[in-house]
Design a protein around this ligand. Structure first.
Ligand SMILES: Cc1cc2nc3c(=O)[nH]c(=O)nc-3n(C[C@H](O)[C@H](O)[C@H](O)COP(=O)(O)OP(=O)(O)OC[C@H]3O[C@@H](n4cnc5c(N)ncnc54)[C@H](O)[C@@H]3O)c2cc1C
Length: 398
């Protein structure tokens, strides 16, 4: 690993820190009633929208986007600084993370001028919520097995099939969906071909959205069913059959994004220890718990170094390899270990969910404990990350 931040990068950090210091506290004060930790995604959409708009006012909503589309053309180093500063400040979540991290950049990369003018500002300013519809009942890890059919009929595609696990589809006006436009591709053994990316207006006739209740008791994702839903050909992103290319760009960004999330865990650990001092101080004298805290602290630090090593490679125009899949694995493992530690550090009351009067921080830690199971499934399961490492990094024979 070999780099230090340049004067421009340090200036970027100072500008962001200054902006957060002057804008975040008044925002939190104004939105104090909306307690996001306890209500998860569902209860906090208004606050998220307001926060994303506030970020956009300062041109801090999508720093990696090109300047002409409201970003800052941030380099990989600035992007990492951004993640670090956001983790330090602990702001509310944004309204449209799918849109900002994945779909917006893909429209900027693949969209026609008209598509960009129509949708990019909409995403940036949190006008509408966006979802990403890739997974299907028979296509998750093996995404290229997707079978939602889109058959061309004049100026439209007619969609039939089912998507699943589509996060926040019940709130979304728009979604980026992968569909199969070549019905013979799977049977012919060309399953990565004949896939097309379509932007879909979820208010179209023939689309049914059924929320799925998850482990937290909330409905964070949905099944989306298409029954002869007609989508204009003008809503296609990229050419017919280029969907796999579009999707790989999207997932690449998602994986780099999750690798950066490890940075936030140091602050979660600190917050958890500070809270334990008031709600369950005796835990901090327990030798076994102290050893677990020390181990988690050490793992977080070397995950941070792993991220920096990936960054160092990117700065030298090398592939961040195998650091990115390793960091994703570390992030999943650490998120779950940290959530389990929280339960023991904060004592029995941490197990209460809201609206119990005994729940610690209105059930935020209980929710985290169950929700963190997601980290070893979303953005590529742990088994798949290990397969990638075995195949491409260690080059193990099958
Ligand atoms: C909270 C949450 C939000 C999500 N949001 C979205 C979303 O917005 N949009 C979207 O499109 N999808 C979303 N997903 C779906 C997610 O991308 C898939 O769950 C994931 O890709 C795994 O696919 P699957 O669930 O079909 O599991 P499967 O692929 O069926 O895997 C089942 C099990 O088998 C293992 N396995 C599979 N193949 C192999 C192999 N070759 N070798 C070894 N083990 C293997 C897996 O690791 C896993 O343990 C979300 C998932 C979660 C949990």
């Amino acid at each position: 690993m070999d780099f230090s931040f340049s004067p421009e990068e340090l200036e970027f950090r100072d500008e962001l820190r200054g902006w957060l210091d002057s804008n975040l506290p008044p925002f939190l004060e104004e939105w104090r009633q909306e307690d996001e930790g306890s209500s998860g995604m569902l209860g906090s959409m208004d606050r998220r929208k307001a926060w994303q708009r506030k970020l956009n006012e300062g041109r801090w909503a999508a720093v990696t986007w090109p300047e002409e589309w409201g970003g800052r053309d941030a380099t990989a180093a600035q992007s990492m600084i951004y993640s670090e500063e956001m983790a330090r400040a602990r702001p509310p979540a944004v309204f449209n993370s799918n849109g900002l991290w994945q779909i917006g950049p893909m429209i900027i990369r693949w969209g026609t001028e008209h598509q960009k003018q129509t949708w990019v500002p909409n995403i940036l300013n949190a006008d509408d919520h966006w979802c990403q519809g890739f997974s299907e009942p028979e296509a998750g890890s093996d995404l290229a097995n997707l079978r939602t059919m889109a058959i061309r009929d004049g100026d439209h595609y007619v969609l039939n099939g089912q998507k699943t696990w589509t996060s926040s589809a019940q709130f979304a006006k728009w979604g980026l969906f992968l569909v199969r436009t070549d019905p013979d591709a799977i049977a012919d053994g060309r399953k990565h071909e004949g896939i097309t990316a379509l932007i879909v207006d979820l208010e179209t006739d023939g689309i049914e959205i059924q929320p799925i209740r998850d482990l937290t008791g909330e409905e964070t994702f949905c099944e989306v069913t298409f029954n002869d839903a007609r989508v204009p050909v003008d809503y296609r992103l990229g050419e017919d059959g280029e969907g796999w290319l579009v999707a790989m760009g999207t997932l690449g960004k998602e994986r780099v994004g999750t690798a950066g999330m490890a940075i936030g865990m140091k602050h979660d650990l600190d917050a958890m220890i500070a809270l334990a001092r008031s709600v369950n101080p005796s835990a901090l004298d327990d030798t076994l718990i102290r050893a677990r805290v020390a181990e988690v602290h050490t793992r977080i630090e070397y995950t941070r170094l792993l991220n920096l090593r990936a960054l160092s490679r990117i700065l030298k125009d090398q592939k961040p390899w195998p650091e990115v899949p390793l960091a994703k694995l570390q992030w999943s493992h650490l998120s779950q270990t940290l959530a389990e530690l929280a339960m023991d550090l904060l004592g029995p009351d941490a197990l209460y969910a809201k609206p119990s009067e005994f729940a610690v921080e209105n059930g935020a830690w209980n929710r985290l404990y169950v929700f963190q199971r997601y980290t070893s499934i979303g953005a590529g399961t742990s088994e798949i990350q290990k397969n990638i490492l075995a195949d491409r990094a260690i080059k193990m024979s099958r």
